[in-house]
Write a protein that binds this ligand. Sequence first.
Ligand code: KG4
Ligand code: ZN
Length: 341
Amino acid sequence: MIDPPVKILGVETSCDETAAAVVANGTEILSNVVSSQVALHRPYGGVVPELASRSHLALIDSVIAQALSNAQTSLGEINAVAATFGPGLAASLLIGLNAAKGIALAAGKPFIAINHVEAHLYSPLLANAALDGLPMVSLIVSGGHTILAYATAVGTHEILGQTVDDAAGEAFDKVAKLVGLGYPGGPEIQQRAEKGDPAAIDFPRSMLNDGTYNFSFSGLKTSVLYLLKKNPKHSVDDVCASFQEAVVDVLVGKTIRAAEDRRVKTVSASGGVSVNHRFRDKLGQECTKRGLRLLLVPAAMCTDNAAMIAGLAYYQLSRVGSSDYSLEIAPSIGLGARSAS
Ligand code: KG4
Ligand code: ZN
């Protein structure tokens, strides 16, 4: 075991953000550098894997150097190096994982491979330095994932439910395309929704009362498509507001029910969609009504970042140890999978 303070360099390249961060003792964020590729992929309306990996390769060295410099530290003072090993785009994961393994090996530091979804799951605890928030019910809601989990300790969790088709963020992105808005769709829909009527269209709340903790968003997307086919001139503001309200109702409804069923005192949410203002407000109201503590993540840490990777790595290192330098990427792993050797 390393004596505190333990400074970990984290690296994240699972999708379209090239990110590096230095975090001390799991919760003290000394630096958090994110180079977003959104502008690069915007003309294509989604992430182009080949462009993503090339861009990671071009940027990874400077992003890591910037993270060390912003933290006013050097590789010599870093105690371990962590990186995302999955899930994500294979060619993107390879860049960050190999950079981190190479640095760790060359500097003789432990290497820790982190599950990206698990990092999202614990990010509300780490960002708020609120380890006393356990046990908690946590919603991970991003462009790739919609998962409701129950966690009793950092690294000990159970999946209660997940999407059976599209992730919530994917639904935002696809509906934005349908109504002629840009990529990524979530922020654009949110902006238009502010001017619209959330009760204008009664979109379906799929699976809301089906007794499971699973989600489905593809039917909602199809409802938007049919509505626009029937009436192409429908107010975009109203469609956005009503669509957003339907997604938020289901996300909040299921999360609150899980919290009540599991009798937890803490609820948390993370991932890109949890930036959504209507989602944050509604979840906040429902938690307040029931005396539940709500842990959200600052917007900069909701979307992909390396602070959550370095933060979780601290706990993983102390609980299960470091990972083998020969560890490979795992693009399709689920939330349960961990890497430690
Ligand atoms: O966590 P993230 O950066 O990447 C993944 O791991 O997927 O999440 C990106 C997703 C995109 O689908 C984007 O449209 C959505 O998060 N998003 C939002 C908002 N900001 C980003 N969705 C709804 N409202 C927002 N304000
Ligand atoms: Zn993510």
